[in-house]
Write a protein that binds this ligand. Structure first.
Ligand code: 4AD
Ligand code: MG
Length: 451
């Protein structure tokens, strides 16, 4: 008797005898003489149908009482069927009950995402969460694969830090013992691995991080988390133009790979949400992304307002930090395409971005996508030691904890560029899920720290 996983059964498509499957009950129905169980073992989102006939099973009368999510083991023979929905089923010779699930709060019926969110420790047992989390895992793999094939070195950057990379005052502070401090300076959780990635790129040329980042951002939106994962590549000798090329290529490659590897998951999500993400994504990977200077974006928005489009905030001017509604207008109404918005006013962007020759903008880029908005933020870095110091001073950023970073400019720092891709944001985009809290296993946000 050989143990087999359900994914292997569907992949191999072979009649086989005396196999053993372990999993959880997902459906249980009977017609008196036969009990049909559907079980899932987590290796695929698809369930295996088990046919339990009275004449084969001594414990037949108990089987119909096996509840949703209880654990069972079946020994039986695999048979192909003529049924498209269940092309393979197992005829049970022995059904062994392993563990009951009593009063399990998630049942077969459709549950709201809000309800499931609050039982995050159990929701992975729904097909919906299984599909999303399998796509999440495949997407992470596709990202590593993309950078690996391009010759990037995967690096780890610190989670504990004493700097605020984005300068937005959103670091979570670590409470240290005042009488006997563990760290000499203000310790906090990192908002970005970028500064350390820059240092590493000066020895490895092309590096990337893929790690958790933390922001005490009090934004109650469906696209902000207090703990999220970010991919941050950094490339020496790279400028803004080349950076946009890499972002576009990465975006298209990882999406193509994930669609290919997650066909069952996308089929299921399409059925459930009535959004055909695969069709949307397939179109996107063949479209050239729009490149739009910030100044031009302001003109478009002003013009839209002049022609009668109403924004919640209609005060549009050069220097404004665009809100989600403005990004949405550009992306969805005006271009209906992903947009590289670039050359932002210096004052609304972080201290480390390279000053352009016009002296009012910096070489920064955001990638905006329909439905989600900003998914990537990046820039060419300021390489001039004096300028970067000046920027810090203007913004009243304390130089002392950053001195090591500023010093990089003294030792052969010619040029580098990099970006941060919000992992949950791209997952929202790919899956069509409209709340970021549903694409991470255990979400953390203001006021919520369960599980
Ligand atoms: O634009 P951000 O703040 O850029 C940086 O952190 C740079 N240091 C990156 C770099 O150049 N190495 O953040 C990058 C991306 C955003 O575009 C967004 O996708 C995501 O991170 N992000 C969040 N995702 C979820 N919840 C939040 N609170 C997020 N804040 C940013
Ligand atoms: Mg940003």
């Amino acid at each position: 008797m050989k143990k087999i996983e359900i994914k292997t059964i569907f992949n191999e498509q072979k009649n086989r005898e005396n196999l053993c499957v372990e999993g959880w009950v997902k459906f249980n129905r009977d017609n008196g003489k036969i009990v049909f169980l559907e079980i899932n073992d987590g290796t695929t989102i698809n369930n295996l149908q088990i046919v339990c006939k009275q004449e084969n099973l001594a414990n037949f009368s108990q089987i119909k009482n096996y509840k949703f999510s209880s654990a069972i083991k079946i020994i039986g023979d695999l048979k192909s069927t003529n049924n498209q929905k269940t092309p393979w089923e197992m005829l049970a010779k022995e059904v062994i009950f392993l563990k009951q699930a009593n009063d399990f709060p998630v049942q077969n019926k459709e549950q709201s995402n809000e309800f499931l969110r609050d039982i995050a420790h159990l929701r992975i047992r729904t097909k919906y969460q299984q599909a999303i989390m399998k796509i999440r895992a495949e997407l992470a793999f596709a990202i590593h694969d993309f950078f690996h094939k391009k010759g990037f070195s995967y690096i780890s950057t610190p989670i504990l830090t004493n700097n605020d990379c984005e300068g937005a005052g959103e670091n979570f502070k670590i409470v240290d013992d005042k009488n006997n401090p563990f760290f000499p300076a203000n310790a906090s959780l990192t908002v970005s691995g970028q500064l350390n990635a820059e240092a590493m790129s000066m020895g490895l040329k092309k590096v990337y991080t893929f790690g958790p980042t933390f922001r005490a951002e009090r934004s109650h939106t469906n696209r902000h988390l207090a703990e999220f994962w970010m991919i941050e590549p950094e490339i020496a000798f790279c400028d803004l133009k080349e950076l946009m090329k890499i972002i576009e290529q990465m975006f298209k490659t990882i999406i193509k790979k994930t669609i290919n590897r997650c066909q069952d998951e996308f089929n299921y999500l399409t059925q459930k949400t009535q959004k055909n993400m695969v069709a949307i994504l397939q179109k996107l990977v063949t479209t050239k992304f729009v490149k739009l200077p910030y100044e031009k974006a302001i003109e478009i928005l002003k013009d839209a307002y002049a022609k009668g489009h109403k924004f919640l905030d209609n005060n549009i001017f050069f220097g404004k930090d665009l809100a989600a509604e403005h990004e949405k207008y550009l992306c969805e109404n005006y271009f209906n395409s992903p947009i590289f918005l670039y050359n932002f006013p210096s004052a609304i962007k972080a201290f480390y971005m390279k000053q352009n020759k016009d002296n009012k903008t910096v070489a920064a880029v955001d990638l905006l996508v329909p439905g989600v908005g900003e998914i990537v933020g990046g820039s060419q870095r300021e390489d001039d030691y004096e300028k970067i110091i000046e920027k810090c001073q203007q913004r009243k950023i304390s130089l002392e904890p950053l001195q090591w970073y500023l010093d990089l400019r003294k030792y052969g720092y010619y040029k580098s560029a990099g970006f941060g891709l919000g992992f949950e944001r791209i997952l929202m985009f790919i899956t069509g899920v409209d709340n970021i809290k549903d694409v991470i296993p255990f979400p953390r946000y203001e006021g919520y720290l369960k599980y």
